[in-house]
Design a protein around this ligand. Structure first.
Ligand code: PLP
Length: 380
């Protein structure tokens, strides 16, 4: 069956990237939690989870994402990173999903909800300076007292999340977060509770800071073959840290839906923002901002056709974009077009697209519509 627009997923890349990231740790027993939230950062959660046999755990954001992974047949531990509505806690418990907790109200609700013989495993998220979800260190002793006194509740994990490892070459803030977290770990242990898994390391921390690894890595972007930032790469290089060989997982493709010749002086697209200055061979592509192709690409991006760059002309529409094929006379109707990925010697990376639209590679891939088919391919 042919596709009009689709995402290609390189079969071997996710697990390759996982092994590259895992090799940042010298501990052979290190657990690896693959962060596959938000449709596996836009890559397709079913496809990506099926291509990660070496992941020990999976992490998603919402209850519904966790339930989908269970329906898909994932039997490994799944950690929910985001908030679960109190009224839906029983669904999480039934599906044996691990909860990230930081509100005392959740513990009170679980105390009332848990039936005899049922276990609910929780991971306490500590606020160490990221200024979002998390339990303040001063509230930890009371929280632990309540949670450990609740029958059926198992404090399985302790976690925190770093604010800015990927944003800077100066990691003093992250070091302070780590210091606060270690103090909390000590407090928890002194109270007689020993969580089985302690995890803090996103991709940048995994690569740059062995001290953040504890006994589980919790990484996302690197799995998809993308670097968290240029600063992360430069920090690794300048500190002599072995640089993992990450392989981008995703290509985004479509086909040419129409080709026509327009005279010089023709306007292209809504708002008449582009006027041709020569006789122009226009290509129309069936992709737009509804697919996640950002409207800020208007008049500033390019795509690849037959291994050559074709500039976008005019505004990105909801379901269409227009390109200049004048300098690619060999292009013909229904040719494949690469929006993101490689075509012969040309390459469009998520980082390039992020620069065109003023964002980060995370957002570029995550916003690709989940309606597009994800096709697993073997490039060899
Ligand atoms: C709580 C949490 N842990 C881990 C990650 C993974 O981070 P990264 O994709 O930078 O590896 C994220 C990403 O947003 C997160 O929110």
């Amino acid at each position: 069956m042919g596709y009009l627009k689709w995402i290609e997923i390189e079969e071997s890349a996710p697990n390759w990237n996982l092994r590259q990231l895992k090799s940042c740790s010298e501990n052979e027993d290190m657990l690896f939690c693959a962060v596959v939230k938000s449709n596996a950062y836009g890559h397709g959660v079913d496809e990506i989870s099926s291509l990660l046999p070496s992941a020990d755990w999976f992490a998603v954001n919402s209850l519904d994402e966790g339930l989908e992974l269970r329906r898909y047949g994932i039997k490994r531990p799944i950690l929910l990173l985001g908030h679960v509505l109190m009224e839906r806690l029983p669904e999480a418990i039934d599906a044996d999903l691990r909860l990230t907790v930081y509100n005392i109200e959740t513990i009170e609700k679980l105390e009332k909800t848990l039936n005899q013989g049922v276990t609910c495993r929780i991971h306490i998220q500590i606020e160490t300076g990221t200024g979002r979800q998390g339990l303040l260190p001063e509230n930890v002793p009371e929280f632990i007292r309540m949670a450990s006194g609740t029958p059926g509740l198992e404090i399985e994990g302790l976690a925190t999340h770093f604010a800015n490892i990927e944003d800077t070459l100066n990691h003093e803030y992250a070091e302070e977060q780590l210091r606060i977290f270690k103090e909390v770990v000590e407090t928890v242990r002194e109270s007689g509770v020993s969580p089985a898994v302690i995890h803090t390391a996103c991709t940048a921390a995994t690569i740059l800071f062995p001290e953040t690894h504890f006994n589980m890595l919790r990484t996302g972007i690197g799995l998809y073959g993308l670097w968290p930032s240029r600063e992360t790469f430069l920090s690794a290089q300048s500190n002599g840290i072995p640089v993992p060989d990450l392989m981008p997982v995703l290509s985004w493709k479509t086909r040419i839906a129409q080709i026509k010749e327009l005279p010089s002086g023709s306007y292209i697209g809504y708002g008449c923002t582009y006027k041709t200055s020569r006789r122009t061979r226009l290509g129309v592509l069936p992709v737009g901002y509804a697919d996640g192709y950002d409207r800020k690409c208007t008049n500033s991006a390019h795509v690849l056709v037959r291994g050559k760059r074709a500039p976008l002309l005019g505004r990105v529409c909801m379901n269409l974009i227009m390109i200049d094929l004048t300098d690619i006379p060999e292009a013909s109707l229904e040719d494949t077009v690469v929006l993101l990925g490689r075509d012969c010697n040309e390459l469009i990376t998520a980082e390039m697209m992020a620069e065109w639209i003023g964002t980060i590679n995370y957002e570029v891939v995550t916003r690709i519509s989940s309606f597009l088919p994800r096709i697993i391919v073997r490039r060899g």
